[in-house]
Write a protein that binds this ligand. Structure first.
Ligand code: AMP
Length: 277
């Protein structure tokens, strides 16, 4: 397994290979969710292809003063996880390698980014689109894998690829969960024992909503809010039913309905989603 940290050298290395290259962009602190993405990347690359994992905690997608500085960076463990999962190349640049001191060009999606997490985290998806663009340029992958836990992120990246003609196939991988249903996340380690115990209420509320025959979005979100509110440490950011393609709110639950939630447990913001039909 190669570990590259300079963008120029990484580009040169990637240009030289004729192999099919599949990228898994991450911020590190790798967990089982990331490992499944790496396995999906291997399937997409084939035994002869190359699986590349980028590890970069992107300052541009964190709000000032938010958890950027304290975001976990377990470098050795991440290397072990990648090695065990059969990764060919890790790209792990320093911040100075990725951003000039005075960057003045950014990539911004202007429609799908206005709702859900985009509304609560202004500038977040601009940071995501900008860094993914840079990773695509540096590493020149044929395909890239993203997790469905970050549903809005995939929709926005697909739109970016469509509108800016990136020659990169975008592949979605299902959400990986802990045994009690909580979606695996690098942020789960911030939860206190009490918060961790309460956090599976999210999955429980989403599953109950899917099982219900309720057709009204507002009645559905009300029931979900009530169930989440039974957890004393939960503070709801949003609970919304949207169309899975346009990400616009819908009044009635039909074929394409997606229920998405973002909830704080203490200081930690967790997200999850489910297709309702
Ligand atoms: P992150 O390191 O949190 O930026 O995530 C990197 C990639 O892993 C993104 O495409 C996420 O959607 C994906 N991911 C994170 N958690 C999970 C999970 N529990 N299941 C599947 N994919 C995930």
């Amino acid at each position: 397994m190669e570990i590259l940290s300079e963008s120029g050298l990484a580009s040169e290395r990637m240009r030289k290979t004729e192999k099919r290259k599949v990228l898994v962009p991450t911020m590190g602190a790798l967990h089982r969710g990331h490992v499944e993405l790496i396995h999906a990347a291997r399937s997409a690359a084939g035994a002869d292809g190359e699986v590349i994992v980028s590890i970069f905690v992107n300052p541009l997608q964190f709000a000032p003063g938010r958890d950027y500085a304290k975001y976990p960076r377990p470098e050795h463990r991440d290397e072990e996880v990648c090695r065990d999962a059969g990764v060919d190349v890790i790209f792990r640049p320093a911040v100075e390698e990725m951003y000039a001191p005075n960057p003045s060009v950014f990539v911004e999606e202007t429609e799908l980014s206005r709702t859900l997490c985009g509304k609560s985290r202004p500038g977040h998806f601009r940071g995501v689109c900008t860094v993914v663009t840079k990773l695509f340029h540096i590493l020149q992958p044929d395909a890239a894998i993203f997790g469905e836990k970050d549903f809005q992120q995939i929709a926005i990246i697909r739109r970016m690829v469509r509108d800016l003609n990136f020659p990169v196939e975008i592949i979605a991988a299902p959400t990986v969960r802990e045994e009690d249903g909580l979606a695996c996340s690098s942020r789960n380690q911030y939860l206190s024992a009490a918060e961790r115990e309460q956090a599976p209420v999210l999955r429980g509320a989403l599953l109950r909503a899917r099982e219900s025959t309720e057709k009204s979005s507002s009645a559905t979100t009300r029931a979900v809010r009530e169930q989440i509110a039974t957890a004393s440490s939960a503070r709801i950011d949003y609970v919304e039913v949207v169309d899975a393609e346009t990400l616009k709110s819908v009044d009635k639950i039909s074929e394409n309905a997606l229920l998405a939630v973002a909830v704080f447990f203490g200081e930690t913001r967790l997200i999850d989603n489910i297709r309702l039909r």
